[in-house]
Design a protein around this ligand. Structure first.
Ligand SMILES: [Zn+2]
Length: 648
């Protein structure tokens, strides 16, 4: 007997079999029971969520000898034929294969004839969004006046591409991504019924990897059982999914935290020798930092749909980095993934990014720790009045969370002092008091888009002087010397009556905005008597073109400009995401009971999905695979055969 793929063998045969789509099976069952059968259905949802299976079940429900019934018997002639795909009255059209022109033409001619052997003629059109506009028009004509005995089931993964005229004539059902728990449960059932053996962890890994699609999960299970003698182990699944060895990720993270560039380069070389893809390296590394981020926020990885990472390693590594650093690292890794697409030497791009992170982490590890103390002190005194004064304004729960946070920070500071790291801004109570009086905080100012350059005219002598005075002022305090040094390496970038701009390198800007801006604002006020918001600008535009060298300069063509614009937009979006993540994390700290929800949202953001995007909206224009608009004649950056403009 021929081998039948698991996903076909275990295709659901009744509404009750459908996994994770209760809202749909209930509604359809009810419609059939009450005889309210529509003429056209639109099944929308991600791949592998059961659209086609549901369509076939619906066809059987309508045509079963004992029906129409929500529980088709599966044994009668019509049921069997539908299952086998040999029914004369159930037509399956794949719009993806030839865009449906011939099929829809045939359909228009045959649709008016009565069913050959059953109650209903059922047309299942898969991937309906692929139809040509002619085919859509033809279909629309039929949908406008459908014959009594015909039911259309249109399935699509991209409902927004189905014309509104078609959609408005259909009952729409949205299929949900199946949860990891549901998939896992289904896998357990199947494994048990097939008499197979599998480790729990193995099935959990398959369920996570399937990304909401049961069909993919079953295909992976199929592969594993075909290759594995006996028990399906987590090790086997890792091998098949190409997830072998998390080890290098831990080593790389350790090397980044420990500022060991040579080790990082060695690991990259090793991975490339083993045939690992550069992109995959960055992707897996950023997934690991995502795990660290979630671990820091929630204290656990349970129920977070993540690979089983070693809890002890995570616990250990999450201490190397502050949450802000983790987010900056993730952002930088994602930037590098984008840059790779344009880079003539992707390996160098990756190495530069990783080394920059290693240096940045080290620099940040020290200064941010020192600053953590500074902000902790300032925070204590600004939070204290709120606690002692009964009408402090803040909710008690929020205060409690804040105090807990501050206590944690204090503990860290104490530890640092014990280790002998010079303490910064230890008891600067005067500055702190002033800070607590302040209404607007620079720290919470929204980050500026990377590459933003304030009007050069704003770089006045007066501002430059104030900037130098501010650094000198900070240096006076021995505890702030290190901070002053870091700020001193940045660049004064402009001053207005309201805003003071400082340009940092790309990895530092967000940290500086978060950690130093209030301190800088306070010092500036002390010196000038004026209240100004401090804005820290990222300077990655310069870094980028620098790494590409002279070639990029030569090609200052439209392509390069479009690319810069694109990179800018992407960076802008990432900054927004980073801010959103930060805000969410803050919410998280204040509202533990909503932990799960907020972390979910944060994760969707990290995955790059827009949480509340309706189907009609166009996805954001950050698809860097797409060529930049209106530069078809310009050579792509990695096309070495293309002549340089000046040679033309
Ligand atoms: Zn039947």
């Amino acid at each position: 007997m021929a081998y039948i793929a698991l996903y076909r063998k275990w295709r659901p045969q009744t509404f009750a079999d459908l996994v994770g789509q209760d809202h749909i099976s209930q509604t359809l069952s009810h419609a059939i029971t009450t005889g309210k059968i529509g003429h056209a259905y639109l099944f929308a949802g991600p791949r592998g969520t059961g659209k086609t299976s549901t369509a076939k079940i619906l066809a059987k429900a309508l045509n079963c000898e004992h029906g129409p019934t929500p529980e088709p018997c599966g044994a009668c002639e019509p049921c069997k034929k539908i299952t086998d795909g040999t029914s004369m009255d159930v037509f399956e059209i794949d719009a993806a294969s030839n865009r449906g022109i011939d099929e829809i033409r045939d359909l228009r001619e045959t649709v008016k004839f009565a069913p050959a052997e059953s109650r209903y003629k059922v047309y299942i059109i898969d991937e309906v969004h692929m139809l040509t506009s002619e085919a859509f028009n033809a279909l629309l004509k039929t949908l406008e006046e459908p014959p009594e005995h015909v039911v259309f089931i249109l399935a699509t993964t991209e409902a927004h591409k189905v014309p509104p005229t078609i959609q408005s004539r259909c009952q729409r059902y949205d299929f949900h991504r199946i949860t990891v728990e549901d998939i896992e449960q289904r896998l357990h059932t199947i494994v048990a019924q097939m008499g197979m053996e599998a480790e729990d962890e193995a099935l959990a890994m398959i369920a996570i990897q399937a990304d909401g699609g049961l069909r993919d999960a079953l295909s992976i299970l199929d592969q594993c059982s075909a290759l594995a003698e006996g028990k399906i182990t987590a090790e086997r699944v890792r091998q098949i999914l190409g997830l072998v060895g998390h080890d290098w990720i831990y080593r790389m993270t350790g090397a980044m935290a420990g500022h060991r560039p040579q080790e990082i380069l060695e690991i990259v070389a090793e991975l490339l020798r083993d045939g690992k893809d550069l992109r995959q390296i960055l992707a897996e590394l950023s997934l690991h930092f995502r795990s660290i981020m979630i671990y820091q926020a929630a204290g656990t990885l349970e129920k977070m749909d993540l690979y089983a990472e070693q809890q002890d390693v995570l616990q250990d590594q999450s201490q190397y980095f502050t949450p802000a650093q983790v987010m900056a690292i993730i952002t930088r890794l994602h930037e590098a993934m984008n840059e790779m697409k344009w880079s003539p030497q992707p390996r160098i791009t990756v190495e530069v990014a990783l080394l920059a992170l290693a240096h940045g982490v080290d620099e940040k590890a020290v200064t941010a720790e020192a600053m953590g103390q500074g902000t902790a002190q300032a925070g204590v005194s600004s939070a204290a009045p709120a606690v002692s004064a009964p009408s402090g304004g803040a909710a008690p729960a929020a205060d409690g969370a804040r105090i807990a946070k501050l206590e944690a920070q204090l503990a860290k500071v104490t530890e640092l002092i014990e280790k002998g790291i010079p303490a910064a801004k230890a008891a600067d109570s005067t500055g702190a008091e002033e800070q607590s009086k302040k209404k607007v905080s620079s720290r919470n100012a929204p980050p500026l888009p990377a590459g933003t350059v304030p009007d050069p005219k704003l770089v006045t002598d007066e501002g430059q002087q104030l900037y130098q005075q501010m650094i000198a002022e900070l240096k006076k305090d021995p505890k702030l010397r290190r901070v002053a040094f870091t700020i001193g390496r940045a660049k004064f970038a402009g001053m207005t009556d309201q805003i003071f701009y400082i340009q940092f390198n790309s990895t530092m800007a967000a940290i500086a905005q978060n950690s130093y801006s209030d301190l800088i604002a306070d010092t500036l006020r002390k010196l000038s008597g004026k209240d100004r918001l401090v804005r820290c600008i990222a300077d990655n535009g310069e870094m980028l073109s620098g790494s590409h060298g002279a070639v990029t300069e030569k090609k200052e063509t439209r392509a390069a400009k479009a690319k810069a614009e694109q990179a800018k937009q992407a960076a802008e979006k990432k900054k927004e995401q980073a801010l959103a993540q930060k805000t969410m994390k803050e919410e998280l700290a204040n509202a533990p009971e909503e932990k799960r929800h907020a972390v979910d949202a944060a994760m969707s953001l990290l995955n790059g999905t827009v949480v509340s995007m309706s189907d009609d909206e166009v996805p954001p224009p950050d698809d860097s695979d797409a060529p930049p608009p209106d530069d078809f004649d310009a050579p792509p950056p990695d096309d070495e055969d293309a002549p340089f403009p000046e040679e033309e």
